[in-house]
Design a protein around this ligand. Structure first.
Ligand SMILES: Nc1ncnc2c1ncn2[C@@H]1O[C@H](COP(=O)(O)OP(=O)(O)O)[C@@H](O)[C@H]1O
Ligand SMILES: [Mg+2]
Length: 279
């Protein structure tokens, strides 16, 4: 339907905003404003479908914590059609903890990431978000048209030292782009997905968030590159809380716990020991 389409488009717009205005609650384009748009679309969809009872349905409650941890209490997520994706998740991610989120395709990993971001309205429970800055690194990091340095550093490009940007690009294997930092291009078409994903990691190093949420952020990198991206992340942001969605068993070692989503609402959490053999 038209409304479903509008909803889907808004979700995409949010992907854009989250990649772009990479941290939440910093004040520039407030996520609260955007959330209000989603809420209005949600309300519209509900009224168009004559599901008046749904308007009074429980909602996800958001709070802001006082450290770089994240608390999820009794969080249930559903699809717009009511199908249950996640059933009463209880999880506290401590500051500095590194959580691997996995599960089959369609099990709701990206939806959980959206719910943490505050842009998935279907569900109930409580999410206490970190006090610091959260950076979302999606599979395809958003790259604006224009000068590469502005696109990489957005919206903080002004505050970045070009020499530092150059050094970080070298570090993530993008030294060949250093001479093109001032060049204006449609960078999302110019660069391969693998290069764009390495820019996602360069952003982490440059923007120094307290919490990093990576959603299939290394899908187009080979195992060696993926490993080096995680090593850089851990070296450069040793205190950061990290939540990552990824498939390869080789990234298990960079995480301390695993949250597995079954896809039918079920979930389980398990400890990971460093260097655990691949499963
Ligand atoms: N905007 C949306 N509207 C309706 N269904 C959606 C929407 N986004 C995702 N879904 C559905 O939610 C389920 C979980 O999707 P997703 O969270 O992307 O899974 P994963 O990231 O684990 O592969 C899938 O069945 C998907 O089709
Ligand atoms: Mg996904």
């Amino acid at each position: 339907s038209q409304t479903n389409n509008a909803f889907g488009q808004t979700q995409q717009a949010f992907a854009f905003i989250l990649n772009n205005f990479s941290s939440i609650g910093q004040g520039y384009l407030s996520i609260t404003e955007w959330r209000a748009v989603v809420d209005r679309l949600y309300a519209l969809e509900v009224s168009l479908r004559h599901h008046h009872e749904a308007a009074a349905a429980p909602r996800i409650v958001y709070e802001r914590g006082d450290d770089a941890g994240l608390a999820i209490e009794h969080l249930s997520l559903t699809l717009p059609d009511g199908r249950k994706l996640l059933d009463a998740l209880d999880l506290r991610v401590a500051p500095g903890e590194r959580l691997l989120l996995n599960g089959p395709t369609g099990s709701g990993k990206s939806t959980l990431v959206r719910a943490i971001a505050g842009i998935w309205p279907f569900g109930e429970g409580r999410v206490t978000r970190p006090a610091g800055r959260m950076l979302f690194v999606p599979q395809r990091p958003y790259l604006a048209n224009g000068r590469l340095i502005e696109s990489i550093g957005f919206p903080y490009a002004e505050a970045l030292d070009p020499a530092l940007v150059a050094a970080v690009l070298q570090r993530v294997g993008l030294g060949h782009l250093v001479d093109r930092l001032d060049s204006e291009q449609a960078w999302d078409r110019e660069l391969s997905l693998g290069e764009q994903q390495r820019i996602g990691f360069a952003r982490c190093v440059l923007l120094r968030p307290d919490v990093v949420i990576l959603d299939e952020a290394t899908s187009s990198l080979d195992e060696a590159y993926e490993a080096s991206m995680y090593q850089i992340l851990l070296e450069e942001l040793p205190e950061a809380t990290i939540i990552s969605v990824g498939h390869r068993s080789t990234i298990i070692r960079y995480h301390t716990r695993r949250l597995h989503l079954a896809g039918d609402g079920g979930w389980r959490v398990e400890m990971l020991t460093a260097g655990e053999p691949a499963k």
